[in-house]
Design a protein around this ligand. Structure first.
Ligand code: SAH
Ligand code: SF4
Length: 315
């Protein structure tokens, strides 16, 4: 910016940072996945992942440092919550990853650390910037949520074709209650109805993410109930085998046969099913895993926020 006075440039230099994020750890997987653990000089680390595919390059971004939702299978949830990320910190992750990639990143998923809809204001600003300044299609932005009903309704009101994914993980309230404390507040029927309304408002097919945990969520009765629950409107069920983390709950990965059986029950009921292809295993690429290995990371964490304090939108 040579057209600005030298003194002013010097001031800008000392007062602002153009690339705000520092890299604490950089891991490269044998399958091309790269994962960064980043921070702002304060040791409050968060993760982002570059995911090159044959036909596109995608990335996975964090929305919070930690997460207050306390899901019992999740490494991030176990670590507690520090704070929301700023819009700059969200975009900063994208920019760092784009710098690593020789190909253009065309897809963004908010499936890193944190619950994106608890940081709705900054999330929307970041998605608007990714659309307007970076040129990404809203259709290529995916928000994954634990199921915060008021915030899903807020997002629907924007009337943008953003892809929404709900972490459902069981069609039964008694199972989902055990896995995800948020279910006490917004149970299965209510959150699925809200997803239907989102689908109608935006015209976008929605995704139901379904975590398969051995003997907990992978049973045939849950497959049949899930099929009944999501039948009749445009959606897809994405099956995710549990990525092992020691949560003290004794959860384990599902047997291959159980995954096959679960999938075939859904498909024979006319449900669209995809299976998450696991990548970056050798670099702990799954949600919260790398941050969990970062020494001292959780030392400053406050206690989990009780679920009844999470009901109001964050703006
Ligand atoms: N908070 C949001 C987005 C971040 S988590 C949400 O919960 O949807 C992204 C996805 O990773 C969610 O579907 C979550 O359920 C899943 N996940 C968390 N821990 C996991 C584990 N140990 N194995 C497999 N998937 C996991
Ligand atoms: Fe938070 Fe999502 Fe992990 Fe639940 S699964 S604790 S909402 S990051």
């Amino acid at each position: 910016m040579a057209d600005l006075p030298a003194e002013f440039r010097q001031y800008l230099d000392t007062a602002f940072r153009v690339s705000p994020l520092e890299i604490a750890t950089h891991r490269k997987s044998s399958d091309g996945v790269e994962k960064l653990l980043v921070h702002n000089g304060d040791q409050q680390v968060y993760e982002c992942v570059l995911l090159p595919y044959q036909d596109r390059v995608s990335c996975c971004l964090s929305s919070q440092v930690g997460c207050p939702m306390g899901c019992t299978f999740c490494a991030t949830g176990l670590g507690g919550f520090d704070r929301n990320l700023t819009t700059g910190e969200i975009i900063g992750q994208y920019l760092l990853l784009q710098n690593l990639s020789p190909r253009r990143i065309s897809h963004v998923v908010f499936m890193g650390m944190g619950e994106p809809l608890l940081n709705l204001k900054n999330l929307i600003k970041a998605m608007t910037l990714l659309h307007e300044e970076v040129g990404l299609s809203y259709r290529h932005l995916t928000v994954s949520t634990v199921g915060l009903v008021p915030q899903i309704k807020e997002l629907a009101k924007l009337n943008l074709p953003i892809h929404l994914a709900l972490s459902l993980h069981s069609p039964f309230d008694e199972v989902r209650d055990r896995l995800m404390p948020v279910n006490h507040k917004w149970p299965v029927a209510e959150v699925v109805d809200t997803m239907k309304a989102y689908q109608k408002a935006t015209g976008r097919k929605v995704t139901f993410e379904y975590l398969l945990i051995n003997g907990v969520t992978d049973t045939p009765d849950q497959a049949a109930a899930l099929a009944k629950l999501v039948r009749g409107f445009p959606n897809v069920v994405n099956l995710i085998p549990f990525n092992w983390v020691d949560t003290g709950q004794g959860f384990s990965r599902p047997a291959r046969d159980n995954v096959r059986r679960f999938r075939s029950i859904l498909e024979s009921n006319g449900i669209n099913v995809t299976e998450r292809v696991e990548r970056g295993h050798d670099i702990a690429a799954a949600c919260g895993q790398l941050a969990g290995q970062h020494q001292g990371k959780f030392a400053s964490r406050s206690n989990l926020t009780p679920v009844d304090q999470l009901s109001r939108p964050s703006f």
